[in-house]
Ligand binder design. Structure first.
Ligand code: MN
Length: 480
């Protein structure tokens, strides 16, 4: 048995998502990203003496939204706590977070694996403030600090150690990112740091009941790097155990450049955060009214839409998954389905033609200059055999290039209307057969596959307007 097969991987993830509120969690400073350094720093953000934090209600609403989407228990009474540690980017010397009584508990993230769906249980979701940002590159002699980010609201989502492979971790973070985007609470951009992930990793022998010491790995800036960092850490731990060593609890930083990690701190110098209830803030009390308001504002979630597309619209699991990857795509499909009953074709148009156009032109769906109704018109023309599917793409392209006429009008001006006019088709057939006398002889001697060559040439000659079924019948007749 390979060494890797002896062991079971145990991973729990802590994901921080930066909420897209207008202002910070405890101050009226703007919370958006990209302003000149240290311009969004009121006395509250700086933690000056005598100031008091005041909770931004939008943060609570967004936390409830995520909690509901993940089937969590919402704690209608919850509380902030001080997490004490000393670091240059933390103006107050403590972070206002939640400890004993977080806003959400339990719940799960349902992930899609190759052959099954699996529920990863959650421990909790809590609200907290972000710290500032150190910059070690701008100045050769000093580290600089930008406190614009200090006080920006975060949700920390803590999973149970239910994840059993780096692929499951990948699926978990992917699912969470999709969800926060659907809920419009965070842009989910890991590269820019608005979503950050730490992994608690341990391994144990298969069948072993208790968990072994775990190592926390930090600083992965993409979902792919979360997977890589876990693979690297698992291998490191297995190698140590196989050489008779032991793993001590520690925190390590992942280096994406070379795929290694280095120790940040071990158990001996681990932080003792000395949590205590935040005396400057009252307990958070969520009214039934607020809870109901948030419930009413919930959009359809990707899993619900996936089921709807499979069950009601009879799409394949694969098509439904592609359509629900982003909310804008699912919404476009729903709008399109108001105008056509050919759902399979609607799904194909979105997943193929439209998506590749968006990719090629680096556009988002909401920047697309076309209404779902126009796509429905094209689909109808194909279904009625008025245009061929390849000419349908030409009509789409004309629309993208700014032609605002109806699909049928474009088809007419561009001469794309399919014809079953016998004289016209006979003349196309004859000119193609005259062009390939050798191939005709081969066909008549039994090389029946040549018919596809003739058909292709006829379609080309007719610029896609020859009715393919009728022309084939006529061609076969002619070749006898
Ligand atoms: Mn945290």
């Amino acid at each position: 048995m390979a060494v890797e097969e002896k062991y079971e991987i145990v991973v729990g993830l802590e994901v921080h998502v930066q909420l897209n509120t207008k202002t910070k969690i405890f101050a009226a400073d703007e919370a958006d990203f990209g302003a000149a350094p240290n311009t969004h720093i009121s006395p509250i953000t700086l933690g000056l003496p005598g100031v008091l934090p005041r909770l931004n209600e939008a943060v609570v609403a967004k936390a409830i939204k995520l909690g509901l989407a993940l089937q969590c228990t919402i704690n209608k009474e919850n509380r902030f706590a001080r997490k004490n540690y000393f670091y240059a980017d933390l103006p107050k010397g403590y972070q206002i977070s939640q400890d004993q009584l977080p806003i959400c508990e339990h719940g799960f993230v349902e992930i899609q694996l190759p052959n099954e769906r699996k529920k990863i249980a959650l421990t909790r979701i809590h609200m907290e403030e972000d710290a500032g940002k150190n910059n070690h590159e701008l100045d050769p002699n000093f580290s600089l600090i930008d406190l614009n980010r200090a006080g920006v609201p975060l949700l920390e989502i803590v999973s149970e150690p239910d994840i059993r492979s780096s692929d499951e971790a990948f699926a978990y973070v992917t699912e969470l990112r999709k969800l926060v985007r659907y809920l419009d609470i965070c842009d989910g951009n890991m590269e820019e740091g608005s979503m950050r992930c730490d992994a608690n990793v341990s391994v144990r022998l298969k069948g072993e009941k208790s968990y072994r010491n775990r190592v926390e790995v930090k600083n992965m800036n993409s979902i792919r790097n979360v997977k890589r960092a876990i693979d690297v850490e698992v291998q490191r731990q297995i190698d140590i155990y196989e050489n008779g060593g032991t793993i001590e609890q520690e925190t390590r930083s992942f280096n994406q450049a070379d795929g290694t990690s280095f120790s940040l701190r071990t158990k001996e110098n681990a932080h003792d955060y000395r949590y205590f209830p935040e005396p400057d803030l009252p307990a958070v009390s969520i009214s039934d009214e607020m809870l109901n308001e948030v419930k009413a504002s919930m959009p359809a979630l990707p899993n619900e839409l996936q089921r709807l597309f499979e069950n009601e619209y009879k799409l394949s699991e694969y098509d439904a998954r592609l359509l629900t990857e982003e909310k804008s795509t699912a919404d476009f499909f729903l709008q399109l389905s108001d105008h056509t009953k050919n759902y399979k074709s609607a799904s194909n148009w979105i997943n193929n033609e439209i998506k590749s156009y968006l990719n090629e032109n680096n556009l988002a769906l909401n920047e697309l200059n076309i209404e779902p109704k126009q796509i429905a018109e094209i689909i109808q023309l194909c279904d009625d055999d008025i245009i061929s599917s390849s000419n349908a793409k030409l009509i789409f392209k004309a629309m993208m290039d700014g032609n605002i006429a109806s699909a049928i009008a474009i088809a007419e001006t561009m001469n794309l209307i399919q014809t079953s006019d016998a004289d016209e088709m006979t003349s196309w057939i004859e000119s193609v057969l005259q062009k390939f006398p050798d191939k005709v002889k081969e066909y008549q001697k039994g090389k029946k596959g040549n018919i596809n060559l003739f058909l292709g040439e006829i379609m080309k000659l007719s610029r896609g307007t020859a009715d393919p079924k009728k022309v084939k019948v006529m061609l076969e007749e002619k070749l006898k």
